[in-house]
Design a protein around this ligand. Sequence first.
Ligand code: MTE
Length: 305
Amino acid sequence: MDNKFVPDLGWADVTPKHLFFSRRAALGALMAAGAGAMLPSMGVADDGFIATETPNSFEEITQYNNFYEFGLDKEDPARLAGGLTIAPWQVQVDGMVDRPGVYELADLLDGLPVHNRIYRFRCVEAWSMVVPWNGIELRALLQKLGVQPGARYVGFETLVRPEEMPGQRRAALDWPYREGLRLDEAMHPLTLLATGLYDAPLPRQNGAPLRLVVPWKYGFKSIKSVVRITITDAQPKTTWNMENSREYGFYANVNPQVDHPRWSQASERRIGGGLFARRQPTLPFNGYQAQVASLYEGMDLTKEF
Ligand code: MTE
């Protein structure tokens, strides 16, 4: 298990397999395939959280993925996720919440505005992208559901369906994939539940139909294909922390000063940068320090990593 996250790969391993079709053609193909056309994915409310870097291409974002339910290689999700049924999709909401239940996805998201957000995305393996997401703010959903007094955390689980997720036929991880946030992190306006990217429904390999995006944390916090949301007073168990707590903490805030035990986190390789691109410095909290550092005041981030 220890070597599943590798810090870096040769350029040949990561050069996206460009399909040489335009974004319009890609979106047309997605629509023709009926990829979740029932979901709102066109953003209606733009706002301040927009990175100024040029976003990665649709092809880069959808051909180079981590989604172990479909296999361990970066190409596996794009190749093998096509058979995942994403409609109907139900989400179980439980724990310390006024309106628990098993919701159809459209009902869960009904009335919540979709935002357009261009976020930096930094994987713990030291590669990065810039992704134009569409999604709802998690805080808007939590407000709609009614968080009860005393709640301190939000836990998430991914679908378990080995018939459609070939990676789950092996015990590569302890399924379901699990993640969690402290309630104040979950309520932060940067924290999204993404339903689309590039104004198209979220592709399956990126976590359709609903995936978490927490841009100041390593990518493994951004759990895909969510089927359960639990509001709780106890810190939820999280997959990579259960797998190796020495290497992967609960917080997983991007921090260039705290190296992974097996590689440096001081710099990163931007996907799509080309053969001769230099690594770029990794920013504290992935560049969102001004917005989120106050959440961690008084904490020793070398210990609570
Ligand atoms: N969610 C699930 N359910 N399973 C996974 O294997 N991988 C995580 C995260 N969410 C993962 C997951 C990791 S390690 C990363 S870096 C991101 O998804 C990758 O997201 P992307 O493929 O959309 O870039």
